[in-house]
Design a protein around this ligand. Structure first.
Ligand SMILES: *[C@@H]1O[C@H](CO)[C@@H](O)[C@H](O)[C@H]1NC(C)=O
Ligand SMILES: *[C@@H]1O[C@H](CO)[C@@H](O)[C@H](O)[C@H]1NC(C)=O
Ligand SMILES: *[C@@H]1O[C@H](CO)[C@@H](O)[C@H](O)[C@H]1NC(C)=O
Length: 526
C-alpha cells in the first residue's frame, strides 16, 4: 500500500508540475542578503521540481562570504552559467568590499543611486561581452527568467530569445523604475526610500514629488548608459527592452507584506511575496547553546548590521561596544575587523553568526539591526523588539516601518549617536513590554496568510510558464497615458473651458437683459 501510495503521489506530482526550465539572475554586487534571496527563489523553484540555471559572475566563486553562505557548492545543485568578470581591486573599485566606497553611500538614497551609476556599466557589460554564455542561452530553451530587477542583462536575454520575464524587487514598494508598478499616487505613497509614513505633511509631499522626479532622472541616465553599451556590443533591438520592461515584463515579485508596509494600490501583475525567504532555522550548535546558557535569565541581544557594515569606522565601533558593555545581557555581534575599544566581556564578536537560529531562540530579548529588507522581515517573523540603526538606501525606510508602523522598537540615527543614547534606547525597548506586545501582534498578522509565501511564489512563476507570459495582467492603458491624461488635467481643462464659456454666455445675457430693462424703463418715463 505504502509503495503504491508513494508511486501514485510521485506520478501525480510529476503530472501536476509544469516542469519548467528556469534561468535565475541574482544581482552581481558581492554576496549579500539581496543575492541570497534570489538564490532562495532558485532553490524554491528547484524544490518544486523545476530545472534551475543560475547566471553568476565567475568572481563570486572567490567571494569569502559566498563560500561560507553557500556551503553546498551551487554548481552541485544547480546548473550555473558563469560569465567572465575581471577581479575587483578591493581598495579602488566601486565594490561591496571597498568599505570607503560603501561608507561614501551614507547619503540620501537618490544621491547614493546617482553615485553608483558607473556600477551599472559593469552590471551590463560583463555578461554581454562574454559571447560564450549567449550560445548557452540559445541552446537552453528557457521557459522563464526570474531576475533581480537591477540586472538589466535579463531584459536583453528575455527580448533576444522571447522568454517571459519576472522581475524581483528586493526593496519592496519603493522601486527604482516606478513605471514597472505603474505610477502609484504620490499623495500617500513615498516615491522611493523616504522614511515617512503614508500620512505626509505638505512639506513631506513636496519632498516626495521632488524625490520622484530626481529618481526618474537618475534612472533614465542608468537606462541610457546601459542601452548604449548594449548597442555598442552589437545586441541590437533587444537592448531597448532595458527601458521597455515596464511594458514587457510578465510579473513583478515585490518584497512586501501588509503587516510591515503601508497599504498601497497594486496592479494585478505585482505580486507581494511576503518574505518568502525566511527559513525554518537550523538548531543552534553547541557553541551558541553554551553562550545562551551562560547568559542566564538576562538573555541575549543579537546585533547585525548586514553584510556591508560588518567593518565599522573606529568611533562608531567604540560607540556600539561601550553601549553593549553597559547592559546585563550577553551580546552576540556579527562583526569583522579590529577588536573595538571598550568591548565588554559580555560581548561576543564573530564574522559569521547563525542569525536566524539566534533570532528564533526564546532567550533573545532584542535585535539590533540596520533594518535591511531581509532583517526587517526577520524581526517581524520572530516577533522581536528592535533597535534600528539605519546606514543607507532602504534602511531608514525599513527602520521607520518597524518603529512607527509595527511599533516594535526605536530608531537611533547615526547622526549624533552616542553610547548613552543607544544604551538608553536599548534598555527602554527591552524593559517596556509594549514593544514586545506590538511585535507579537504584527507577527500574528504576518503569519495569517491564505497561502504560504513559498507556495505563492511557485504558483505565480508556474502561472507565467503555463500561459507563456502574463500580458493580460499588465495595464497597457496605464503605461500609455501621458502626464496630462494620468492626472486628468485634460478633463479639468475641459471642465474649466465649459465653465468659462457658460459663465461668459451668462454674463452677456445678463448684460443684455439689464440693458433691455433699463432702456425699457427709460423709454417708459421719457
Ligand atoms: C563547481 O565550482 C567549484 C568552485 O568554483 C569548482 O571547483 C568545481 O570544479 C565546480 N564543479 C563543477 C561540477 O563544475
Ligand atoms: C566583566 O566586566 C565587569 C565590569 O567591567 C566585571 O564586574 C565582571 O567581573 C567581569 N566578568 C568577568 C567574568 O570577567
Ligand atoms: C512604553 O512605551 C509606550 C510606547 O512608546 C509608551 O506609550 C508607554 O508610556 C511606555 N511605558 C512605560 C512604563 O514607560
Amino acid at each position: 500500500m505504502d509503495f503504491t501510495g508513494l508511486l501514485i503521489s510521485v506520478v501525480l506530482l510529476t503530472s501536476l508540475c509544469e516542469c519548467g526550465n528556469i534561468l535565475v539572475v541574482p544581482v552581481d554586487f558581492g554576496y549579500n542578503s539581496r543575492m541570497r534571496n534570489v538564490i532562495k527563489i532558485g532553490r524554491i523553484m528547484l524544490n518544486a521540481g523545476h530545472q534551475v540555471t543560475f547566471l553568476l559572475s565567475d568572481q563570486i566563486e572567490h567571494d569569502a562570504l559566498y563560500k561560507i553562505g553557500e556551503t553546498s557548492n551551487m554548481n552541485k545543485t544547480f546548473n550555473v552559467i558563469h560569465f567572465k568578470k575581471p577581479p575587483v581591486d578591493v581598495s579602488k573599485d566601486m565594490n561591496s568590499l571597498n568599505q570607503d566606497f560603501i561608507n561614501s553611500l551614507i547619503v540620501s538614497a537618490v544621491d547614493a543611486y546617482d553615485t553608483i551609476v558607473p556600477v551599472y556599466s559593469d552590471f551590463i557589460s560583463f555578461p554581454l561581452k562574454d559571447r560564450s554564455i549567449w550560445k548557452k542561452f540559445a541552446r537552453s530553451k528557457f521557459d522563464l527568467i526570474i531576475s533581480d530587477e537591477r540586472m538589466f542583462v535579463s531584459r536583453v536575454i528575455s527580448a533576444s530569445f522571447n522568454i517571459p520575464l519576472i522581475l524581483y524587487e528586493n526593496w519592496g514598494p519603493m522601486i527604482f523604475d516606478t513605471n514597472l508598478v505603474q505610477r502609484f499616487n504620490l499623495a500617500y505613497v513615498p516615491a522611493f526610500l523616504h522614511p515617512s509614513s503614508d500620512i505626509m505633511s505638505f512639506s513631506e509631499r513636496v519632498y516626495n514629488v521632488w524625490e520622484y522626479f530626481k529618481l526618474q532622472n537618475v534612472n533614465r541616465k542608468v537606462y541610457s548608459i546601459s542601452i548604449a553599451i548594449c548597442k555598442e556590443l552589437g545586441y541590437g533591438d533587444p537592448c531597448d527592452n532595458i527601458e521597455n520592461a515596464d511594458k514587457t515584463a510578465s510579473l513583478v515579485f515585490m518584497n512586501r507584506n501588509d503587516a510591515l508596509h503601508y497599504p498601497i494600490p497594486l496592479m494585478p501583475h505585482v505580486i507581494s511575496v511576503e518574505g518568502f525567504f525566511l527559513e525554518d532555522p537550523k538548531p543552534l550548535d553547541q557553541h551558541y547553546v553554551n553562550i545562551i546558557e551562560k547568559a542566564g535569565k538576562h538573555g541575549i541581544i543579537v546585533v547585525s548590521f548586514g553584510s556591508l557594515f560588518r567593518r565599522l569606522w573606529p568611533e562608531l565601533r567604540t560607540t556600539f561596544a561601550k553601549a553593549f558593555a553597559a547592559l546585563p545581557q550577553t551580546v552576540i555581534w556579527s562583526y569583522e575587523g579590529p577588536i573595538p575599544e571598550g568591548l565588554g566581556n559580555n560581548t561576543i564578536v564573530s564574522k559569521w553568526i547563525p542569525q536566524e537560529s539566534l533570532l528564533n531562540h526564546p532567550a533573545t530579548k532584542l535585535f539590533v539591526t540596520q533594518c535591511g529588507a531581509s532583517s526587517s522581515f526577520q524581526a517581524l517573523h520572530y516577533a522581536l523588539p528592535v533597535i534600528g540603526v539605519p546606514f543607507f538606501f532602504d534602511q531608514p525606510f525599513y527602520c521607520q516601518k518597524l518603529s512607527h508602523r509595527v511599533k516594535s522598537g526605536q530608531t537611533v540615527s547615526l547622526e549624533g549617536i552616542t553610547s548613552e543614547k543607544l544604551q538608553r534606547a536599548m534598555k527602554e525597548v527591552i524593559e517596556n513590554k509594549t514593544y514586545k506586545a506590538n511585535a507579537e501582534r504584527a507577527a500574528a498578522i504576518y503569519h495569517d496568510q491564505p497561502i504560504p509565501p513559498k507556495d505563492k511564489l511557485v504558483y505565480w512563476a508556474e502561472y507565467v510558464i503555463r500561459h507563456k507570459g502574463a500580458p493580460h495582467l499588465r495595464s497597457q492603458a496605464a503605461n500609455e497615458l501621458n502626464f496630462f491624461q494620468y492626472y486628468l488635467l485634460d478633463i479639468i481643462a475641459l471642465v474649466c473651458c465649459v465653465c468659462i464659456i457658460i459663465g461668459t454666455v451668462l454674463v452677456i445675457i445678463a448684460k443684455k437683459v439689464i440693458c433691455f430693462i433699463f432702456s425699457y424703463q427709460k423709454d417708459k418715463y421719457d
